[in-house]
Ligand binder design. Structure first.
Ligand SMILES: [Zn+2]
Length: 290
C-alpha cells in the first residue's frame, strides 16, 4: 500500500477524522538514520504523528514537534507541512531498550520532559507551545497537547509495528477531532470506538486501507471524504541551503576548513544527505562573502 492520508468530515455531528498509512516513510527515515528498534519505533510514531498534525494545517503552514526528555533517546524532532511531507530525527539513533509487555519502551526511551510544538502559520511570529510529556505514549502526548493547548477535543492513535531488524511491517495513525458546534455524545462514541478497534498497525497489517479504517470508525455515522493525499519523507535540504549555512559560520571557520581539511563535508541532521564542498567551492564561498 502506498503511504497516504485520508481526511474526512461528518458535518452533521461536528467531527473530522483522518487516517494515514506511513509504513514506507517510516522505513525510509529509519534506514537513513540507522536506528535501533526502540529508536525506530519512537521515530516512526513521531513521524506518523507529524503527518496527522500536519494535515490539520492550512496551505503553506508548517510545524515542528520536539519531544525532549531525560531518557536515553534524548530528543525526537519532526517537521511536517500541510502537503504531506515530513522529516525527522532522533538524537541517539542507536538507542535500544528491553521491551516492556511485548512493546518497545518508547516512553522509557524519552523519559520525563516536554513536548514543544512550533507552528509557522505564515504570520509575523512563530507560534510556540510547550506541554509536559504525559509519561504515556507519543499518541497520548499529542492527544494531551491538542486538548490542553489547542483546547480541541481530539483523540490521536498511532501504530508502528517495528521488527527486530528495525523495519516496520506496518505503520499508521488515526485522528478524530470535534469541531464546534459538535454533538458531545456522538464525539464521545467515536472516540470510544477508536479505543475499541484493534491498533491501526494491526488493521493495516491485516490489509485494511486508511479509507476502510475510517469506515470502521464512523460505522453508521454519515461522513464525506474530503481528500486523499500521498505522504512521504522529504527533507528540504539542498546544496544551496547548505552553502548558506556554511557562509553563516563565518569567514574564519571556512578558512580553517580549507587549511585543515581542504574541503567541507556537511551532513544533514534530518536525512543524512551529505554535501561535499571542495577547495574551489569553498574559495568561491569566501569570494561571495567579499
Ligand atoms: Zn536533509
Amino acid at each position: 500500500m502506498d503511504d497516504h492520508i485520508v481526511r474526512t468530515i461528518a458535518r452533521l455531528v461536528g467531527v473530522r477524522a483522518m487516517a494515514c498509512a506511513t509504513t514506507n516513510l517510516v522505513n525510509e527515515a529509519n534506514r537513513r538514520h540507522g536506528t535501533a528498534p526502540t529508536a525506530a519505533a519512537a521515530l516512526g510514531q513521531a513521524l506518523t504523528g507529524g503527518v496527522l498534525l500536519g494535515a490539520l494545517l492550512k496551505v503553506q503552514q508548517r510545524m515542528a514537534l520536539k519531544f525532549e526528555g531525560d531518557g536515553p533517546l534524548q530528543k525526537i524532532v519532526v517537521e511536517a507541512d500541510s502537503y504531506g511531507a515530513v522529516r525527522g530525527y532522533v538524537t541517539v539513533p542507536a538507542m535500544d531498550l528491553p521491551k516492556r509487555q511485548d512493546e518497545y519502551d518508547v516512553t522509557g526511551a524519552i523519559g520525563d520532559g516536554f513536548l514543544t510544538v512550533v507552528k509557522d502559520l505564515r504570520l509575523k511570529n512563530l507560534y510556540e507551545s510547550v506541554v509536559p510529556l504525559t509519561g504515556g505514549k507519543i499518541d497520548a502526548d499529542l492527544t494531551y497537547y491538542l486538548n490542553q493547548s489547542e483546547q480541541v477535543p481530539t483523540v490521536v492513535q498511532l501504530g508502528v509495528d517495528v521488527g527486530e531488524d528495525s523495519r516496520a511491517a506496518a505503520a499508521g495513525g488515526l485522528l478524530i477531532q470535534a469541531i464546534p458546534p459538535y454533538d458531545v455524545e456522538v464525539a464521545r462514541q467515536l472516540a470510544n470506538r477508536v479505543q475499541e478497534l484493534p491498533p491501526v498497525d494491526a488493521l493495516l497489517k491485516g490489509g485494511q486501507s486508511p479509507e476502510e479504517i475510517l469506515a470502521l470508525v464512523f460505522a453508521d455515522v454519515p461522513y464525506k471524504v474530503l481528500e486523499q493525499r500521498p505522504v512521504h519523507f522529504k527533507c528540504q535540504c539542498s546544496k544551496e541551503r547548505t552553502a548558506r549555512a556554511l557562509i553563516a559560520l563565518g569567514r574564519e571557520e571556512i578558512q580553517s576548513l580549507l587549511e585543515t581539511e581542504g574541503q567541507a563535508v556537511v551532513d544533514c541532521h534530518f536525512c543524512h544527505e551529505q554535501y561535499l564542498f571542495n577547495r574551489e567551492e569553498l574559495e568561491e564561498l569566501l569570494k561571495e562573502m567579499g
